[in-house]
Write a new protein. Structure first.
Length: 201
């Protein structure tokens, strides 16, 4: 086999799985994106679940055309995770996207395309990937990013932060009250000294 023929064959072996991946990800699940956008009224891009905010099609970071052979192997492994509980590390998905596939499996995910509202309950109540106190299922419904702890329902973030830093808040309030009390007494004492000096002798 000549060197040129070997080179052509190796390129072919690389291109085939890439094309196979393109066909598979052509069914990007926009039903979930549309549901969240309608429910939350927020503009949702692919970055909620995908590695690239423009989605998996293309040659950029986290896109099919830019994957290495090793990443294509992980992609195909994730695509075959039909049952929940399997290790999923797809290079075209972010941590939340991989978490969804690992938690519910590809089979249920495909079923939910017609009922995207049911994905929230299937995610469970305890997972909070960004640790902001708002569970993933709630962030999915609210259209906030499950991997950004600064993005969430403002009231829930406020309550959660208040609870998390309640000791600091109590100390700040205590110090503020003491300061105001001290200033008030200082002013009162100063006023009494002034009055005393003004009294006729
Ligand atoms: Ca969260």
């Amino acid at each position: 086999m000549t060197m040129r023929l070997r080179s052509c064959l190796s390129r072919f072996l690389l291109v085939v799985p890439v094309l196979a991946g393109c066909v598979a990800t052509a069914d990007a699940y926009s039903e979930f994106q549309k549901f969240v956008q309608t429910r939350s009224g927020r503009a949702i891009n692919c970055a909620m679940c995908h590695a690239n905010s423009d989605g998996p099609d293309g040659a950029g970071f986290g896109q099919i055309g830019g994957l290495s052979p090793e990443e294509i192997g992980r992609l195909n492994q994730a695509r075959a995770a039909f049952e929940p509980g399997q290790a999923v590390d797809s290079p075209i998905l972010n941590k939340f996207g991989n978490h969804i596939v690992a938690t519910i499996g590809k089979t249920r995910l495909l079923e939910f395309r017609n009922r995207p509202e049911e994905l929230a309950a299937a995610l469970g109540t305890t997972s909070d990937l960004d640790g902001d106190g708002i569970p993933d299922w709630r962030e999915y419904l609210d259209g906030t990013h499950p991997l950004k702890k600064t993005d969430g329902n403002p009231w829930l973030l406020f309550v959660n932060n208040l609870s998390r830093y309640r000791f600091h808040v109590i100390m700040i309030v205590f110090a503020t009250v003491l300061t105001i009390y001290g200033l008030a007494n200082l002013l009162r004492g100063s006023s009494e000294v002034h009055d005393a000096t003004q009294e006729p002798k």
